[in-house]
Design a protein around this ligand. Structure first.
Ligand code: B3K
Ligand code: ZN
Length: 885
């Protein structure tokens, strides 16, 4: 908890560190009621930071200082100044050694930052500023050091003692204790430090790198999870190969370890050689993890592994540069997943997520540029903007330079900056230098926040056979940024003729046509592109593959969208045309709902989806994606004032209409796919994910009707399957159905069977919290009393409270404000337990600007109540105060 008013930190104030730490020698003595940390820091004046000997200011929080010495001489209280966040002392020479001992309390650390206990094991989370809760240090990413770590603990409780790098010595100690020393040969910032102690089992494998070095691979888990590691291990090996093949990056230590822990604030952490993972991102086997969970494990294992180069070997100079490693690494993991599975489906999922969640963040009070220029609490900036939009920015560079040019740039970046802590500008400079291009205007994507709008209009001159597209870009103001300069927006496009064929593209000024799909860079506020030799009025296919994170506007008619759905050569844009058609139809229904009229749905949506369902050639995952109507979250995001009830009512009405009209093809598709699932064992591969996704979305439509054979099929799927994907999908549709008896029975038998598996119970909580049926809040409150629930476990909080506030708009936005009051109560409780989780949980309340004035008032009143609730963590304070500003 803070004791002073939290203060804003600015990028413009960055200064190089006064001192450097060449070597860090740590010794941990772990006990049940406290732990001791002895640190020896071999330090020197930073020659790049000036002359003289300024005071040395070490970061440290919640540490009990037991002893301190400089160059072997014990320091007394008069020799240093201690505050609750800093230790200040005066060096006497340009090189010196600091020795300190502190006492800390991992056993009562509920914030899960620094050294803490997850169940019976010790583990760490240091990014961004957790190391200062372990020992006094220069806890900033531009201070890189060589770490040697000794861990001592009771042998029986903690047979496994791990840290970064390689084990170099070990031995027994008095009193059933033992110790192990690890050394990491690579210089690293403190945020990449890790320690684990526990009674763990491990799955072992090995990997031969491209230069024929053997690397030992180990995944450590609690004994009961040893049967759920194979998928993560396979994913790790695929990632290691992929990074060699696509980026030329080889692993550098002799050992790579992953440890799964149950209590973890985020998904996982890329500590050098010792990744620590939320168990939800490691454990996966057919019986207990869904297809989505399998894909998430693959993606997160890859992401953390890829950080070894994009993040660890080349790290960030300061935390304003977070997207340097995160945006780039998300882009790398997305490309990896695209290569391992279906590229188009991966892109659809990512874009749907970005447009629903990141666009909302970019339009709200916490909006910030990909490279923020100020923050109070850096933990609040692990955002969708830094990660997801940051990845889109890297993707645009890839699109503009092409795969080969991008690779030249990344090679130069890694070569030039290996072992350094650098900035987003350094990344861009490497891309520029390797390709001889100027990206100075492009860099506005890093400095300007907000989602640009790109409006396009067309004109065709039949006589001159020319076709022109006029582009207008604009960007709404965001906090602290009123006027925006034009972005460089890469627009991938094509033109379709009346038969749906691709027309050759020749731009004015070009001697001949070049290709049928091109990328043009729109870099002015208004710009016209003219195509020549255009024999008939074409239909444009714009922003193919979602080539830029913008809101595109083009006045397509519904018939034109149906045409694009069938003929566009770009798979992403076929899906997108279907989404835009659905958006138009749903918005019409929403308006009817608001006027109190009977709802009448445009039959063209049904016709279009019938065609999709009957297309046996189309990838089944694409069929499933196209059958998924835009979510309530996305419909909220694109509304000026979101009418929660109208959005829900309209969308449910459309789903029922589709279910009824398309019963036959849905039933046929369901049965065919279910038959394959029933008769063959579970396989975690793309084509099987695709089949099950179509099977399950078909089931969710079919269950909206009242055909008895569907309920029977759903119950049969729930009971007779070998995997969690089918079982959970059946449970979810039952939970959302009116069949009370069957629902209660299914929920009870599921909980009884899986009560000892926390990750499965998370799913059980989520399907109930996300159900839009009446009584959601009461359900959630009751579930909080369930023995499997605890506020101390972030996964549980996300599964129940997070799902209710984030995935159940009608439940959360009850007009009486009860949902808001409930959430605020939980935030206030969590503020004291785990500030990072409290602050994240808050985010639905920050979106008050989207709702009617009555709801706005209720939401703001809850934010005010949180603000007045007492001593707030800097995490919660920043989000609440900015939301009310
Ligand atoms: N780098 C970590 C994030 C840690 C955040 C701590 N507040 C996970 C990742 O992006 O790979
Ligand atoms: Zn990351």
């Amino acid at each position: 908890m803070r004791t002073e008013q939290p203060k804003m930190i600015y990028l413009k104030d960055y200064q190089a560190p006064d001192y450097l730490i060449d070597e860090t020698h740590l010794t941990f003595e772990l006990f049940e009621d406290h732990s001791l940390v002895h640190a020896q820091l071999v330090m020197r004046r930073n020659p790049a930071a000036g002359t003289g000997l300024p005071p040395l200011v070490l970061d440290g929080q919640q540490l009990e200082l037991l002893s301190l010495s400089m160059d072997g001489a014990e320091l007394g209280a008069a020799d240093y100044q201690l505050s609750d966040s800093q230790l200040r002392l005066q060096p006497k020479a340009a090189s010196f050694v600091i020795d300190s001992s502190v006492r800390i309390h991992p056993e009562s650390n509920t914030a899960l930052e620094g050294l803490y206990k997850s169940g019976s094991m010790f583990c760490t989370q240091c990014e961004a500023e957790g190391f200062r809760k372990i020992t006094y240090y220069l806890d900033r990413p531009d201070v890189m050091s060589k770490f040697t770590t000794t861990v001592s603990a009771e042998q029986h409780r903690y047979p496994v003692l791990l840290s970064n790098g390689n084990p170099i010595a070990s031995g027994p100690e008095e009193g059933d204790r033992h110790w192990v020393t690890w050394q990491d040969p690579f210089m690293k910032p403190a945020y990449l430090f890790a320690l684990v102690a526990g009674d763990l089992w491990c799955v072992e494998d090995s990997f031969t790198t491209m230069s024929q070095r053997e690397v030992a691979l180990r995944i450590y888990v609690e004994p009961e999870n040893i049967d759920k590691c194979q998928h993560a291990m396979d994913s790790l090996k695929k990632s290691m190969r992929w990074d060699e093949e696509v980026y030329g990056r080889e692993y550098d230590l002799d050992i790579f370890m992953i440890v799964a822990v149950n209590d973890f604030n985020m998904g996982a952490m890329e500590n050098k050689g010792l990744n620590i993972f939320n168990s939800s991102c490691v454990l996966a086997k057919a019986e207990t993890a869904t297809d989505a969970a399998h894909q998430r494990v693959e993606a997160v294992v890859a992401h953390e592994y890829f950080h070894n180069w994009s993040g660890n070997r080349v790290t960030c100079r300061d935390w304003f540069q977070l997207s340097l490693k995160e945006g780039f690494t998300v882009f790398r993991d997305a490309e990896f997943s695209a290569d391992m599975n279906s590229r188009t489906v991966k892109r659809i999922e990512d874009v749907a997520y970005l447009r629903t969640h990141q666009f909302a963040e970019d339009a709200g009070p916490m909006a910030h540029p990909v490279r923020p220029d100020a923050f109070i609490e850096i933990s609040n900036f692990y955002t969708l903007t830094v990660y997801e939009k940051g990845s889109e920015v890297v993707r645009m560079i890839h699109t503009l330079l092409g795969a080969e040019g991008f690779r030249k740039g990344s090679d130069l970046y890694f070569e030039r900056h290996d072992g350094q802590a650098v900035t987003c500008d350094d990344f861009i400079k490497a891309m520029e230098d390797a390709n001889g291009v100027d990206l100075s205007q492009f860099k506005r994507w890093y400095s300007q926040g907000g989602t640009p709008r790109l409006s396009v209009s067309e004109s065709y001159d039949a006589q001159a056979r020319t076709y022109s597209l006029s582009f207008k870009q604009s960007c709404p103001p965001t906090p602290g940024q009123k006027d925006k300069q034009p972005f460089v927006i890469p627009v991938a496009l094509g033109l379709l003729d009346g038969q749906g064929g691709e027309m050759p593209l020749r731009l004015a000024g070009e001697a001949a046509a070049g290709g049928t799909s091109r990328v043009v860079a729109i870099d002015q506020a208004e710009q016209v592109l003219t195509f020549l030799d255009v024999a008939e009025k074409p239909l444009p296919s714009l922003l193919r593959g979602f080539s830029a994170p913008v809101k595109l506007g083009f006045p397509y008619s519904r018939d034109q969208l149906m045409f694009l759905m069938q003929h566009d050569s770009d798979g992403f844009n076929r899906w997108e045309a279907g989404q835009q058609l659905a958006v138009q139809v749903l918005q019409e229904l929403i308006a009817q709902h608001q006027r109190g009229e009977a709802l009448v749905m445009d039959p063209r949506l049904t016709a279009a989806l019938r065609t999709v369902l009957e297309d046996e050639q189309l990838d089944q995952a694409m069929v499933a994606e196209m059958l998924s109507l835009p979510g309530e979250g996305y419909l909220t995001e694109i509304s000026v004032v979101a009418d929660v009830d109208a959005i829900h009512g309209a969308r449910e009405f459309a789903r029922r209409q589709l279910a009824e009209a398309l019963f036959e093809p849905l039933w046929q598709r369901y049965q065919a796919n279910r038959e394959v699932s029933r008769s063959s064992p579970y396989v975690a591969e793309a084509e099987h994910f695709a089949r099950r996704s179509l099977q399950n979305i078909a089931l969710s439509y079919l269950m909206l009707g009242d055909q008895p054979q569907v309920l029977a099929a759903c119950l049969e799927q729930f009971e007779v399957c070998d995997n969690m994907t089918e079982r959970l999908a059946a449970l979810a549709v039952l939970v959302n159905s009116p069949f009370e008896e069957e629902k209660a029975k299914a929920l009870a038998s599921f909980a009884d069977f899986f009560k000892d598996n926390p990750l499965v119970m998370d799913q059980w909580f989520s399907v109930q919290a996300a159900s839009s049926l009446p009584g959601a809040l009461e359900r959630v409150q009751q579930l909080m009393q369930h023995p499997a629930f605890t506020l101390k476990n972030p996964n549980k909080v996300r599964a129940l409270i997070g799902a209710f506030a984030g995935q159940n708009p009608v439940g959360f936005h009850q007009a009486d404000g009860s949902g808001y009051r409930f959430l605020a109560d939980q935030v206030i409780t969590l503020n004291a337990l785990n500030p990072q989780i409290a602050s994240r949980l808050l985010s639905p309340l920050t979106r008050w600007g989207k709702y009617d004035s009555a709801r706005q008032g209720l939401m703001k009143a809850e934010l005010e109540r949180i603000l007045a609730s007492g001593e707030l963590s800097s995490d919660v304070f920043e989000v609440v105060s900015k939301s009310l500003a």
